[in-house]
Design a protein around this ligand. Structure first.
Ligand code: C5P
Length: 428
């Protein structure tokens, strides 16, 4: 399979397959052991794909199924996908000590129930343990083996006060209850209650294992190019793909921050859990940032903002003149968003930590050091623009007032996670 991080021109979102492929390339779950529990529901068919995705991301997966789950998908399918025989009974004779619930739960880094039916959630809530899956959930060491559940049910069942009460109580008991999707349901009705898609569940699991450096922090990120119109069909833009900024938004979200991403025109999927504001021009981006900057603790300006815009945007398409003379265009300077935010009272007092980017073509260190001072930011990230635009990999120079740190070639997400850790250190 060819992994493409950017959707085809005109598309607005990555497919789940691309996303899974991207996550798999990262091997983010290497060394993690997941007990994947299936309770009864039509969403069991998605658990097969989830199992495969977890393994592609590097995890080992032990599947445990309830009797009801076996009505929807066979243990054989999940055995083939996980490479391990599936457990379905607490009386399983394969365990020498006859304690599958103890053994399976002690080996796990995470117990993930997907799908979690309404009935299974009610069982968990009451601490019932009359079959292997609920038994191992109850028996697991709660401090070291988290329980994450992906509810899946009909919309009426999901919105029933009993289910919502159970969700609230399970959360209060420390269970990580994931959200539900909305859309067509197997029963023919339409609404909330679908199990999240496998790539969404995978993103939740990957995020779960990331260190929570930015818990409780609010992060504002700009990303992508801007597009400055000349007439209704033409404009000025640049080759920024937005990948670095989107990776930073994802890394900050995984690290526990509440993240808002102000994105120029790019065809990238919004990282899970990130709030996105789409803009087109530099002026739009500046206005969006102005409206959001007071709610942020960290501002990361990765956007490649156009320096200039047309002084006058023609309302009609600029036609080729019969004499074939080129139209004369005049430009005005765009606002420097980063410099403006860095000069704000909150940034100057240290309440808002600003990070700038410099995409240079040569003399990276000297240009980036000069840019840090010119923009008035505590941290400037330098990279070689032509080498990184559109790529999935990058290398970065982190420059502050007393040091230069090189982050060698790695995926943009891996670099973004290192940058987020560095930013978090600066906040403490
Ligand atoms: O001046 P230059 O464009 O090289 O500066 C790059 C840094 O400044 C990046 O962090 C970019 O997001 C930010 N920037 C901005 N507004 C502009 C130009 C650049 O926020 N108009």
């Amino acid at each position: 399979m060819v992994c493409a991080l950017v959707a085809a021109p005109g598309a607005t979102r990555l497919s789940g397959v691309d996303f899974e492929c991207y996550i798999a390339a990262m091997k983010d779950l290497m060394g993690r052991h997941v007990v994947l529990g299936l309770s009864g529901g039509i969403a069991c068919y998605k658990a097969a794909e989830l199992c495969r995705a977890l393994i592609k991301a590097g995890a080992t997966v032990q599947v445990v199924m309830t009797e009801a789950a076996e009505h929807f998908i066979t243990a054989t399918t999940l055995q083939a996908l996980s490479g391990r025989s599936v457990y379905t009974s607490q009386w399983d004779t394969r365990e020498a000590n006859s304690m599958a619930h103890i053994n399976l739960s002690r080996e796990a880094d995470l117990v993930l129930i997907a799908p979690a039916s309404a009935d299974f959630m009610a069982k968990l809530l009451h601490g019932r343990a009359d079959e292997l899956l609920s038994l191992l959930c109850l028996a697991r060491p709660r401090e070291t083996v988290p329980l994450m559940i992906a509810p899946a049910m009909n919309r009426e069942m999901w919105h029933h006060p009993a289910t919502q009460r159970n969700v609230a109580q399970l959360q209060a008991d420390g269970t990580l209850v994931l959200g539900v999707g909305e859309g067509d349901q197997a029963c023919g009705e339409v609404g909330d209650g679908r199990m999240l898609e496998p790539h969404e569940l995978l993103a939740e699991v990957v995020a779960h294992f990331q260190p929570k450096h930015l818990a409780g922090r609010r992060v504002l990120v700009t990303a992508g190019p801007t597009f400055e119109p000349l007439d209704p069909v033409r404009g000025l833009t640049n080759r920024s793909s937005g990948k670095m900024g989107f990776a930073i938004a994802q890394a900050a979200q995984e690290a526990g921050a509440a993240v808002t991403l102000v994105a120029g025109p790019v065809a990238l999927a919004t990282p899970r859990g990130v709030r996105r504001v789409d803009v087109t021009t530099a002026v739009d981006m500046d206005q969006a940032v102005s409206a959001l900057q007071d709610e942020a603790d960290v501002f990361v300006a990765t956007a490649a903002v156009a320096d200039w815009r047309a002084a006058q945007v023609s309302e009609e398409k600029i036609k080729k003149s019969p004499a074939a003379t080129a139209p004369s265009l005049s430009f005005v300077e765009n606002p420097d968003i980063l410099a403006r935010v860095a000069a704000s009272d909150r940034a100057r007092s240290g309440a808002l930590f600003c990070v700038g980017f410099a995409a240079e073509s040569h003399d990276l260190l000297a240009h980036a050091q000069a840019k840090r001072l010119r923009k008035g930011v505590p941290l400037l990230v330098g990279n070689l623009g032509p080498a990184t635009f559109g790529q999935d990999d990058n290398r970065l120079l982190l420059i502050d007032d007393h040091s230069v740190t090189e982050l060698p070639l790695a995926s943009k997400l891996a670099l973004a996670r290192q940058l987020v850790a560095r930013i978090a250190q600066s906040l403490t």
